[in-house]
Design a protein around this ligand. Structure first.
Ligand code: UD1
Ligand code: CA
Length: 454
């Protein structure tokens, strides 16, 4: 059966106290609405319709994609009114309603819900709550058959005692929706057009209302303020940590691990505390990541080691390569197998061959460094003349003396040695020693200045 998904995202979110529209507040580095859209996509619907209102332009700009259609709800007159704005675009046999501020809903839960909707059956996602205050209550008859949803503010004391709450998520037969929404009134405690009034209409039209439930109530938890946002974030991270551990990763403390993107992991990976993985990260078997590292859009090959306090972005570590502590690998940093980058070394757009080393205090930008080449402490590639960038190319088995400045464009052949403190401005042929510094003079009999007596 075909499926359309409507995501409600027009509300203001006053309690966020923010210039940013509520649904753009991030969980795990991604807008809440982005999570909902990605989950919706996994159901492969014929259409995803996002109802926007507050901050509509910002939301559209941030999330626009070919497979999304945005519908403007200029005034927020209620959830029923919001869905009605999308009606013209809906044509599928089933319509699923989701919420832009309920980001943790699982695709598996929605699949179970969707199995219960048909031409003459509607499916509601509900939860048993210890404190259902604020939720619409699921009203059942003595036989347990769902009859209606009553909003908290409209509910009688007896109805308020009901602990089964409406999550808001429901799936309905598409054919009936226009008729039901057309019949909604706003004659209720909040003066809104309630989507939930559709339930009683469906019952009186002879439809069955089936219910389904999430495994975890956090799946249907919305974020109305930053406290709830933080709770969702922690829950997401707990879930992400558990998934990784199930795949064979040791997290020294799952409470101090954050995933803000996607990671694929091998076996026997060990991740120390306060590590943040962002974007797309690939971690192969046996990788060790020390504490306090940020690793974004990077690939760590088998047996690679990232030591404490390193920052990687757009980098690749070859098999058995290592970096840090305090390494900074910027986009285009590629370490060959067993290459080594030590403390306070920054690489940008620099490729190091197998077994090449830069142990301490260097800047290597726009550089190509051959296998087994050793970069002395304090070496700098002078890749920028204030207007343009140039490349530094070093062959294999090169030895760069400490504190060398390599003024690009410059090429050093295989087996070159540079004297410590050299400024290298010209190409150096293979197997040559280049010394580019003032010659030392020793001045005999030189007298130190003496303090002038006053
Ligand atoms: C709604 C349900 C309630 C349920 C609760 C779960 C209705 C009438 N009530 O109540 O049964 O227990 O969710 O959280 O549906 N929105 C729009 N346009 C509007 C109104 C709302 O886009 O005109 C969006 C809001 O941004 C929000 C969502 O719909 O994301 C829910 O709206 P809200 O007014 O918060 O509904 P609740 O009162 O929480
Ligand atoms: Ca709400």
């Amino acid at each position: 059966m075909s499926l359309d998904i409507v995501i409600l995202a027009a509300g203001q979110g006053t309690r966020m106290r923010s210039a940013l529209p509520k649904v753009l507040h991030p969980v795990a580095g991604k807008a809440m609405l982005g999570h909902v859209i990605d989950t919706a996509r996994k159901l492969q619907p014929q259409g995803i319709h996002v109802v926007i209102g507050h901050g509509a332009e910002t939301v559209r700009e941030r999330l626009a994609a070919d497979d999304l259609s945005f519908v403007l709800q200029t005034e927020q007159l209620g959830t029923g009114h919001a869905v009605a704005q999308a009606l013209q675009q809906l044509s599928a046999e089933r319509v699923l309603i989701l919420y832009g501020d309920v980001p943790l809903i699982e695709v598996e839960t929605l699949e179970r819900l969707l199995q219960k909707v048909s031409e003459d059956q509607l499916a509601l996602l509900t939860v048993e709550l210890d404190d259902p205050t604020g939720y619409g209550r699921i009203v059942r008859d003595v036989a347990g058959v769902v009859k209606a949803i009553v909003e908290h503010k409209d509910a009688s004391p007896e109805q308020r005692a009901i602990r089964e709450g409406n999550t808001g998520i429901l799936a309905v037969p598409g054919k009936r929706l226009a008729d039901w929404l057309g019949r909604l009134s706003n004659d209720n405690a909040q003066g809104e057009y309630y989507l939930t009034d559709v339930i009683a209409m469906a019952v009186s039209d002879g439809l069955v209302v089936a219910t389904e439930h999430p495994h975890d109530t956090m799946e249907v938890q919305g974020a109305n303020d930053r406290i709830q946002l933080a709770e969702l974030e922690r829950h997401y991270q707990k879930r992400a940590g558990r998934r990784l551990m199930a795949q064979g990763v040791t997290l020294l403390d799952p409470a101090r691990f954050d995933l803000r993107g996607e990671v694929t992991v091998g076996r026997d990976v060990q991740i120390d505390i306060n590590v943040i993985l962002e974007g797309k990260v690939v971690i192969e078997d046996g990788v060790l990541i020390g504490p306090n590292c940020v690793i974004k859009d990077s690939t760590l090959r088998r047996g690679a080691v990232v030591k404490a306090n390193s920052h990687l972005e757009g980098a690749e570590l070859g098999e058995g390569a290592d970096c840090g502590p305090f390494a900074r690998l910027r986009p285009g940093a590629v370490l060959g197998a067993k290459a080594h980058v030590g403390n306070f070394v920054e690489l940008k757009n620099a490729v190091m061959g197998e077994g090449a080393k830069a142990g301490h205090l260097s800047y290597l930008g726009d550089a190509e460094i051959g296998a087994r080449t050793n970069i002395g402490a304090g070496t700098i590639t002078c890749n920028y003349d204030g207007a343009n960038k140039f490349r530094t190319v070093m062959g294999e088995d090169v030895f760069i003396g400490s504190n060398s400045a390599l003024v690009a464009p410059v090429t050093l052949g295989d087996g070159v040695t540079t004297g410590a403190g050299s400024t290298i401005t010209q190409d150096v042929p293979a197997n040559t020693l280049a010394v580019g510094r003032a010659k030392q003079r020793n001045i005999e009999g030189w007298k130190r200045p003496e303090k002038i007596q006053k």
